[in-house]
Structure formats: C-alpha cells, structure tokens
Design a protein around this ligand. Structure first.
Ligand SMILES: Cc1ncc(COP(=O)(O)O)c(C=O)c1O
Length: 432
C-alpha cells in the first residue's frame, strides 16, 4: 500500500465508525479500491472472491453494465426530487413491478430508505391500522426468538431478546411478546407440536396484539436458521384466526436468495404486510419498500389522521428506483433460478461434507446460502485475516461462518470460498 492508502486507513481507524466495531480498539478494516463481478479488489492489491454479497444485497455482481447504465441515464434527468406532491416514472414503474411479483393481495407500496426503516414503517402501519378503528389496545407485536429485523428502535424491539441488544436499551424499548424460535428444520419432518406455545400466545394475548412479524423460512442474523414452511403456513392461519396482522420481513430472503422469489412462496402464503430492502437495487444503493393490502391502506387513510404518518426526505429516490428497475428487469429473465440452483447444488455437494469436521456443529444449505455452525466461536481478528490471505471475503460472526455469494458466481470462485472455509476449520488460531 502507498502513503495515500496508509493515511486513509489511519484516518478511518481514528475517526470513522464501522458496524458493530469498537472505536477505541477497532479490528482492521480493509481499504477497497474497486469491485467487479464477484471480486473485491483491495488497495493492497489482493483480489477477493466475495462470499457475502455485501450483506445479502448484491445479486448480479458489482459494476454491472446494465445497472451502471440505468444510474447514468437517470442522473441525466434528475438525481432526486421530493416525493410529497411530486411523483416520477422510476418510482411508478418500480411499484408496478413490485405489485406484479409479490403475492396478489399486496397492492400498496411505501418506499423508504433502508431495511430497518421499512420495518419501522410496517410496524407503524399495523399500529395505525388498529388505532384508526378505535382499537389502540392492539399495540403489541408478537414475534419469535432468534429473529433480526434491524437496528432502529421498533425494529430492535422485535429482534431476539438475548442477542438482540435488548439489555442495553431495555428502558426505552417497546415491550413485545416472544414465542419460541421455530424448531422444525426445513429439511426434517414437520412436527406440529411445536406450535403449542405460539397458539397459546395468540389465544391469550390477541386482543393486545397488532401484528405478528417474522423472517420467512430463514432467520438470518439471529442464527442463520432454516425452518419448516409448515410453520410459516401455521403463522398465517393463526394471524387470520385471531385477527392479527401478518408482517413478513423479506429483507434478506426476498428476490430469489432462498431458491424461490420470496421466502413466503415456500409456504404458498400471502402476508398482510411485506418488507423488502437489501437486494432491491441489486446491492447498488439503499432503498426499501413496505407493501400492504388495499384494506390496510384504506383503513389507515380513512382513520383519524387521514393519511399514513410517515414521509422520509429521500422517499422514492429516483436514482435508487431506476437501478432497482434495472435489477428487477434482470431478475425477470428468470436466469436467477438456474444460478441459485447451481450454487445450491455445489454447496450441497462440497460444503455439507464438512458436517464431519470436529469443529463443525452443523453444516446447512438452502438456495444461495451456505452455513457452517461451529462448535466454538470464531476468533474474529484471526479468521478475518486468514480469509483475506486465502483470497476470499467471508465475514463470520459468533459461531457462524456463512456465505451467500452474488448469483453470478462461477464454479471456480465457489470452490475458492469452500476451500477457504475448510482450510480455516483446520486452524486452531481461527477459533476462540
Ligand atoms: C431480515 C432483516 N430485516 C431487516 C434488516 C435491516 O436492514 P438494514 O440494515 O438495511 O436497515 C436486515 C439486515 O440485515 C435483515 O436481515
């Protein structure tokens, strides 16, 4: 690295917060020069195979010509205009596409800035829906343990109560209701008895519950757990039976990652509210959407306030909408299904055998997601350094080493990811 690069890194270390990273004793951050396809090029010269899709968001690869062109074209027209009282073609086209590809009852789209905000919006919608009907006593959220829905306050209040930061912010967080995490594995026989506690909570508390929120099929940051579609089906049925709104958080699972367009397609159910984010712009920029039914939108709009009480400054940013449209056009070709099928097949063949390794508690694969749950927690500093030395970008946490590469990854690059994982599993210094 040259002097400019070391100066940049020094400044970064001293002044720039990174996610979940200490400012007083930070782990290293690697300076990125560019990214192309599935490769991230560091300023130090190394080229890493990306196993993370920049936290689930990149689908078609970095620096994609069609996505670049969509952005360039849109900048020539307008980068942004306010969405209050104004509208534009990129947003209208995007909302049309989202209504087309999501389950039929979802007809109204609220665009916002990020995944966490789309969850805030979903929660606010459900509270305002009941308030509009004079039922403000329905103000609690029901969810399951091991969930993750974002870092803002309402979102945090439905994250796992143990690993989801609740202790620190306990005094100000909404007090919500937690059912046990889904237990039946995606690949194991369905065991209906696991619904007992969930059913009891619905039965005894539904008069206080505005909405039930869950990540469909894959619980992501709360443990990378794959659960049975019958569980999701049962959630839908219970919400209907007990008059509770059903929110699915498809921020990580939406747009193909699990092998279906949406996680909820595995159970052939439709939610009342759906959150999308991350993948919406193919990993280019921040944009999220909360979709709801006509009935929810009308009830809110006919209530006391006469409108939904939310309106971010950068709502429906035209640049973000334009690139989202280009990304959805690429998905529309259907090629993603072969790409995910290929990743899943490869990972089942090459990653699952690591189940036999003494450091591995469980290896699992679903769609374009591969997970190695380890016996001991990883040593973050050592394992991260080793992955970079091995030419891959994989960022584990706790006891989870996981990959969900961009859909376009080749066999040679997948091989490199899996090889790197099997290599670190043999190295004691990579674990606590
Ligand atoms: C399921 C789920 N919901 C919500 C979020 C929050 O999204 P964002 O980080 O864009 O705010 C995430 C992010 O990891 C997520 O995985």
């Amino acid at each position: 690295m040259n002097k400019k690069h070391t100066d940049l890194i020094d400044f970064d270390k001293k002044h720039v917060w990174h996610p979940y990273t200490s400012m007083s004793n930070p782990l290293p951050s690697y300076l990125v020069e560019s990214a192309q396809g599935v490769h991230i090029k560091l300023a130090s010269g190394e080229e890493l195979v990306d196993g993370m899709s920049s936290w689930w968001s990149v689908l078609h690869g970095y620096n994609h010509p069609k996505l670049n062109q969509a952005l360039i074209d849109q900048t020539q027209k307008m980068a942004h205009v306010m969405f209050g009282g104004l509208t534009h073609e990129p947003a209208i086209n995007l909302c049309k596409k989202l209504i087309d590809i999501t389950p039929e009852p979802l007809q109204k789209v609220f665009l916002s800035d990020s995944g966490s905000v789309s969850v805030e919006v979903a929660i606010k919608m459900s509270l305002q829906y009941w308030h509009s009907q004079g039922k403000s006593e329905k103000h609690k959220l029901l969810t399951v343990k091991n969930g993750y829905h974002g870092d803002t306050f309402a979102a945090m209040s439905v994250c796992d109560p143990v690993n989801g930061m609740h202790q620190i912010f306990e005094t100000v967080l909404m007090k919500n209701i937690f059912a046990p995490a889904p237990q039946s594995n995606f690949y194991q026989p369905w065991d209906e008895s696991e619904l007992t506690r969930l059913k009891t909570l619905f039965k005894t508390q539904h008069e206080k519950i505005a909405a039930f929120i869950i990540e469909p099929i894959v619980q992501g940051a709360g443990g990378m757990r794959f659960y049975h579609p019958e569980y999701l089906k049962a959630c839908r049925a219970l919400c209907t039976q007990f008059n509770v709104l059903f929110i699915v958080d498809e921020i990580a699972t939406g747009l193909g990652r699990t092998g279906k367009m949406f996680g909820c397609n595995w159970a052939e159910i439709s939610p009342d509210i759906m959150c999308l984010g991350k993948t919406l712009t193919g990993g280019y920029m921040t944009l999220a959407a909360t979709l709801c039914t006509e009935e929810i939108a009308n009830t809110i709009s006919d209530g006391e306030a006469g409108c939904f009480m939310h309106g971010p400054t950068f709502m429906a940013n035209p640049l973000a909408c334009a690139v989202a449209n280009a990304s959805l056009d690429l998905l529309e070709t259907g090629e993603w299904q072969q790409q995910i099928g290929f990743i899943e097949g490869y990972l089942k063949l090459k990653l699952l055998p690591l189940n036999k390794h003494s450091r591995v508690k469980d290896a699992r694969v679903l769609g374009g997601i591969g997970v190695i749950e380890t016996v001991d927690a990883v040593n973050m500093a050592n394992i991260q350094k080793r992955f970079v030395e091995l030419g891959v970008w994989i960022r584990p946490f706790g006891k989870l080493i996981y990959i969900m590469p961009p859909f376009i990854i080749t066999e040679a690059d997948l091989k490199r990811l899996v090889k790197a994982i099997s290599t670190v599993l043999d190295e004691a210094q990579c674990f606590a």
